[in-house]
Write a protein that binds this ligand. Structure first.
Ligand code: B12
Ligand code: SF4
Length: 539
């Protein structure tokens, strides 16, 4: 059966026997420094922030263990693993995505040495099971809302278990238990993460989301999500990422959720700044845009991929081709008061060597401050992977570029890509983009309004925060020897642009914050292109 057509489960099976009480430990392996990791920015923020956001997988799987068993979560991104202590657990589970491959392997080998019963789950094993052969006792492929509790029940009652589990039906999101945020060291994360929906109705050729989670969007009940947000607020988070692949995959249901979310935000004085991922057809629904703004969404991540229509058509990203221009759509989203972060890809068959310049211009002209650019990657099980395999164009042993492009050599693609990201993250290019969106009076007005409503304009705390960040940034630049080359550009833009648009304290603090973010991207892209960091094929 085609996996995107799997039926949705009506009711989860009842857990009949609980067996003995198990002790379970779940691990999220360490990431290499990355675009998303904010590795060079986090140390500059007040407090002890060690990771951008909590792992939605760890908290979800912990929630699925129920309240009978003992569960411990270890996120290696914020804490060390005490290996000896792992011997005492009945089961150690490891989650992870493809970029965590090397560390995942090391952890699994170590667990074998310790002779611990080991299971794996998550997006990587879901697309590349063969990597885990001989490395774990049990593999969970795809969603695990029914397979994991069933396995625990069998394991705890001493019944035989299988080496591999895969649900025959998709999870009904209405039955998903509350994630266990309380088991994480929440003060070490910059942001919370929670999930509203799974699945996306579109059919982009390179996408593994629709392979793992299907094309029919499945959503939680609005009350379920509001309860999770409330947990997050009480845990002390000020921002949260709704980690859906397409928050508006079902627009009607997204609106029903927002109807609940808006009064909740008002009632609690906008405690969480929200961000999510959405497809570009968001720009075609003014009501939805306005509701997201009123529900305190501050930014949205959009898979734009490329400004070239033939590349978009080739990759079946038809939703980006329909209607008016990409630029017009992006402007509408910005005018509604939302920042746009976006993903871009180079290396499609229709891309010739001019693509790097086209991408650069498009990103600059549209004020996409946070642009995440990657080289096209063929993920196993996707239609792209199958096509390239058939054409003999896969280079599986190279994690930095696993395919042969059509109109360039692999080196030309790699070099063009590195040059593009270096250009995008010069301080001048970055700050040009940042102030581009300030040219829209509607954007500025709406941002000022939501900050006011959220009480972010309180002068003293905001000033204090801005000054602390400035001091930390000053030292980082000084120690790096970049005070003149980078710091002077920040100063120039502060006086020529920031003071022109925003003379208030919020504007100052936001500007410094954006400079700190830039510092991460700048350092990261330079370290990466100088070969001092491990290169994956995406930022
Ligand atoms: C949030 C997120 C992030 C966060 C990470 C937060 C964190 N601390 O982990 C950020 C923004 C930092 C991020 C970055 C990246 N991400 Co990301 N991310 C996601 C996203 C949108 C949601 C993850 C999540 O929380 N899901 C919710 C949980 C509940 O779902 P789940 O993980 O699938 O868990 C279920 C099952 O898999 C299973 N399960 C999971 N783990 C385990 C463990 C055990 C023991 C068991 C039994 C079961 C089990 O049970 C769960 C319930 O059913 C996913 C897409 C997605 N829909 O999942 C992409 C995704 C995981 N990311 C992906 C990628 C490629 C990246 C990046 C490389 C960049 C990019 N192109 O997006 C970077 C790399 C990060 C780095 N630092 O190097 C890919 C991974 C591909 C793959 N197959 O491995 C995904 C699938 C999206 C995609 N197709 O592009 N990401
Ligand atoms: S819009 Fe995003 S999640 Fe949906 S199919 Fe395309 S790449 Fe995948």
């Amino acid at each position: 059966m085609k996996t995107d057509l799997l039926p949705v489960l009506d009711n989860p099976p009842l857990v009949r026997e609980r067996g003995r009480k198990l002790s379970i430990c779940l691990i999220n392996p360490r990431f290499e420094p990355s675009y998303w990791g904010f590795d060079f920015a986090l140390p500059l923020y007040p407090g002890d922030k060690r990771s951008t956001m909590i792992s939605g997988s760890l908290t979800a799987v912990a929630g699925l263990c129920g309240d009978y068993h003992d569960v411990r979560l270890i996120d290696e991104n914020v804490e060390e693993i005490d290996w000896e202590s792992l011997r005492s657990y009945d089961i150690v589970g490891v989650t992870g995505m493809n970029v965590q491959k090397a560390r995942t392997r090391q952890i699994l080998l170590k667990l074998q040495e310790l002779q611990v019963f080991t299971v794996v789950g998550g997006p990587f094993v879901s697309v590349q099971e063969e990597f885990f052969a001989g490395l774990c006792d049990v593999a969970f492929v795809g969603e695990a809302e029914t397979t994991w509790p069933q396995f625990l029940e069998d394991f705890a009652s001493g019944k035989p278990t299988q080496p591999r589990y895969e649900q025959s039906q998709r999870t009904n999101m209405l039955t998903v238990p509350r994630p266990r945020f309380d088991l994480l060291k929440v003060d070490r994360y910059a942001s919370g993460a929670l999930q509203y929906s799974r699945g996306c109705p579109f059919q982009c050729e390179f996408c593994d989301i629709i392979v793992i989670y299907g094309r029919r969007p499945r959503v939680k009940d609005p009350d379920q999500l509001v309860a999770e947000l409330d947990d997050m607020r009480r845990a002390g988070f000020h921002s949260a990422f709704i980690v859906d692949d397409n928050f508006i995959g079902d627009k009607k249901k997204a609106k029903a959720l927002l109807e609940k979310l808006i009064p909740w935000m008002e009632e609690h004085n906008y405690p969480l700044r929200l961000t999510t991922e959405a497809s570009i057809d968001l720009a075609e629904d003014a009501e939805l845009l306005d509701m997201m703004y009123r529900a305190n969404f501050r930014s949205v991540f959009i898979g734009i991929e490329t400004p070239r229509l033939d590349s978009l058509t080739e990759t079946k990203k038809f939703q980006n081709v329909r209607g008016d221009s990409l630029g017009a759509k992006l402007a509408r989203i910005q005018k509604a008061g939302l920042d746009i972060n976006a993903g871009f890809i180079v290396g499609f068959d229709s891309d010739d060597k001019g693509i790097f310049e086209d991408q650069y211009r498009f990103i600059q002209e549209n004020g996409i401050t946070l642009a995440m650019v990657g080289m096209l990657q063929a993920i196993p099980k996707t239609p792209l992977y199958e096509r390239l395999k058939k054409d003999g164009r896969l280079v599986e042993e190279d994690p930095s570029c696993n395919l042969v492009p059509k109109q360039m050599t692999r080196d030309e693609l790699r070099n063009g890509y590195w040059e593009l990201v270096r250009r995008l993250y010069t301080p001048e290019a970055y700050l040009e983009r940042y102030f581009k969106v300030y040219e829209s009076p509607e954007y500025l007005e709406r941002r000022a309004e939501i900050c006011r409503k959220a009480g972010e304009g309180k002068r003293l705390p905001t000033l204090w925060y801005g000054l602390k960040l400035t001091w930390a940034l000053f030292w980082a630049l000084l120690m790096d020897g970049s005070l003149f080359s980078v710091g002077s550009v920040y100063l120039k833009y502060f006086f020529t642009q920031n003071l022109r648009h925003r003379r208030d304290i919020v504007g100052f603090a936001q500007f410094v914050n954006r400079c700190v973010t830039h510092w991460h991207f700048y350092k990261f892209t330079r370290e990466l292109t100088a070969g001092r960091l491990r290169a994956y094929n995406t930022l």
